[in-house]
Ligand binder design. Structure first.
Ligand SMILES: Cc1cc2nc3c(=O)[nH]c(=O)nc-3n(C[C@H](O)[C@H](O)[C@H](O)COP(=O)(O)OP(=O)(O)OC[C@H]3O[C@@H](n4cnc5c(N)ncnc54)[C@H](O)[C@@H]3O)c2cc1C
Length: 542
């Protein structure tokens, strides 16, 4: 009897083994194939390193960084303003590892062909482990090209792209690497940034003084922020540092942190500018154009992030279903559960493959106008559709775990809280759909770029061909009220085109279910004759 543990009232049985450690790169055939197909193969060894880290140390750190939420400290003990946010050490470690491995800067720091695809894959791997840190990482990445063009701000661009993280609140001259945030949204208007009321007045030293506020201002510990404000020439973009060269704190105050549904590792604040000093970025009056260039990149990261959330949720569901037995056999052997899991695997593969295809277009954009036009429209369509799918997807995956999926010890509740965010920020769903209409009607080459992409997959599947025929007609008569329907169909066709061209084993079933109508409104409604076995094996190695 001595070898029995004390208080042994029952045997713990039929519980899956721990999820981690897991190699998120080696396990993900869709990601590996996509990176190779879209031109990022030379970076594969580094992605392999990051995939192993993301499925082990970063995955574990994510729990701590989200459990112990950031805290705002407005004043020090003497009553002086400090406007600091304190994070759990896990947050800083996540940022350090990500920045060092190029999640925020690889595309600019090593601008070889395929670098955008590789950075997209890094971002996808990182987001699976911890999504909150993705916010400062993507903003830092997206701000670089705009700053590179300003001769006086190249040092900022270089340090933003550099593989270094330094959380100290000191001037950038003392740092090898920095992070950047963005402030556009004000109380009276977010989508319509032209409603911004913050003013910018030129100073004698060539800088401007900002007076006003931002209603959402994420990652407020960044070293500087790209901020929109009204100058005499109109809405203009500015770089507003946290610390001035003198070492003094710049004149902005963090008023409070948002009490958010999710995204808990990341701090999002409300801020007031009381004559904060800032450098102009671009011409006065060109603020929207400048910020749109950045937002194109953050929108791609929203799409990648939602694809990553789906991938992590799918992997969790498959892991659970392979080890959990009900009614005498593993869940994964029950026909109805197989339908659900295979349907999720289809959706996840299409999201990932599409996001990587858009990353290739971003890579090629500087020297290929057609790819630039494709990136422009596919980013908006993909941001709308992939982000829109994530919450329902994560909930379905959560249900595969039964009660365990509703408990914080699994990552599913955190993913569930995070999932709606990508469709809200960086331009909410309707804004993306209207943007697709704008691109189709007003921007040179987008129509042709879409037509070429869709045509490149024709002749492989009759259902796809018929769908694309109808879509072509409808693209030329788009209406505002019908924009969601049109963009949904466009995104589905673009996803199908990537899968068909790649010869993916998921392609035929994706086309039949998503384009051919052989699917219900919920996941798990593939035709009962669908051959789901190969999809399930492909989604996660045994
Ligand atoms: C956690 C979090 C962090 C954030 N961090 C930042 C940040 O760091 N920096 C920053 O600048 N912003 C940030 N935001 C703000 C975010 O980008 C905005 O909330 C978003 O762009 C929407 O703006 P809004 O809230 O003013 O909504 P509104 O502009 O009022 O829009 C409300 C709804 O109406 C829809 N809508 C608007 N216009 C139209 C139209 N013409 N036709 C049809 N529908 C329309 C929108 O799609 C949206 O669904 C953050 C938001 C969140 C939730």
């Amino acid at each position: 009897m001595d070898d029995l543990p004390p208080f042994d009232t029952h045997r713990v049985d039929n519980q899956p083994p721990p999820f981690e450690p897991r190699d998120l790169w080696a396990d993900d055939a869709v990601l590996r194939e996509g990176v190779e197909r879209e031109g990022g193969a030379t970076f594969a060894p580094r992605l392999a390193t990051y995939g192993a880290l993301a499925g082990d140390e970063l995955y574990r750190l994510g729990f701590d960084a989200n459990r112990d939420r950031p805290r705002l400290r407005t004043h020090d003990r003497t009553g002086r303003r400090i406007d600091l946010v304190e994070f759990h050490p896990a947050y800083h470690r996540l940022m350090d590892v990500a920045k060092t491995h190029g999640v925020a800067g690889l595309s600019w720091h090593e601008p070889e062909p395929g670098a955008h695809v590789a950075r997209a894959a890094l971002s996808y791997l990182h987001h699976q482990a911890e999504a909150g840190t993705s916010c400062p990482l993507t903003m830092t990445h997206a701000a670089v090209p705009v700053l590179q063009r300003e001769p006086g701000l190249r040092e900022w661009a270089k340090k933003a792209a550099a593989p270094h993280y330094d959380p100290r609140d000191v001037p950038i001259a003392d740092k090898a690497g920095i992070t950047l945030g963005m402030g556009m949204t004000e109380k009276q208007g977010g989508s319509d940034v032209r409603a911004n009321a913050t003013t910018a007045t030129p100073r004698d030293d060539g800088m401007y003084a900002l007076v006003g506020h931002k209603w959402f201002f994420s990652a407020p510990m960044c070293d500087a922020f790209l901020v929109l404000a009204q100058a005499s020439g109109g809405l203009t973009c500015f770089l507003m540092p946290r610390r001035l060269d003198s070492g003094d704190k710049n004149a902005f105050r963090l008023m409070r942190l948002k009490d958010k549904l999710g995204d808990w590792a990341n701090a999002s604040s409300e801020v007031e500018f009381a004559g904060a000093r800032a450098c102009r970025v671009g011409e006065e009056g060109r603020g929207v154009a400048t910020i749109i260039e950045m937002v194109m990149l953050t929108r791609l990261d929203c799409m990648l992030g939602s694809a990553a959330e789906m991938r992590m949720a799918l992997t969790q569901a498959l892991h659970h279903a392979r080890h959990r037995r009900t009614f005498g056999k593993p869940l994964v052997e029950h026909a109805l559960m197989r339908n659900v899991l295979a349907d999720l695997a289809l959706e996840s593969e299409a999201a990932t493959a599409f996001a990587l295809r858009v990353a290739r277009a971003v890579d090629a954009a500087p020297h290929d106008p057609q790819e630039a036009a494709f990136a422009r429209i596919a980013t908006a369509a993909g941001k709308y559709w992939v982000c829109k799918r994530a919450p329902a997807f994560v909930n379905e995956a959560q249900e595969c775990l039964g009660g365990a999926g509703y408990v914080e010890e699994s990552i599913l509740p955190r993913l569930y809280r995070q999932a709606p965010l990508n469709s809200i920020w960086e331009g909410s769903g309707n804004i993306q759909c209207l943007d697709v209409l704008r691109a189709l009607s007003r921007e040179a080459g987008t129509r042709e770029a879409v037509a070429t992409e869709l045509a490149s997959a024709e002749g492989r599947d009759a259902v796809y061909d018929a769908f694309v025929d109808r879509l072509r007609t409808d693209l030329s008569s788009a209406s505002e009220a019908g924009a969601r329907m049109l963009v949904e169909r466009l995104a589905l066709a673009l996803q199908a085109a990537v899968l068909l061209r790649a010869g993916s084993p998921a392609a035929a079933l994706f086309v039949r279910s998503r384009l051919g109508g052989a699917h219900g409104l919920a996941f798990g409604t593939l035709s009962d004759d669908a051959d789901v076995g190969p999809l399930l094996s492909r989604a996660l190695p045994a």
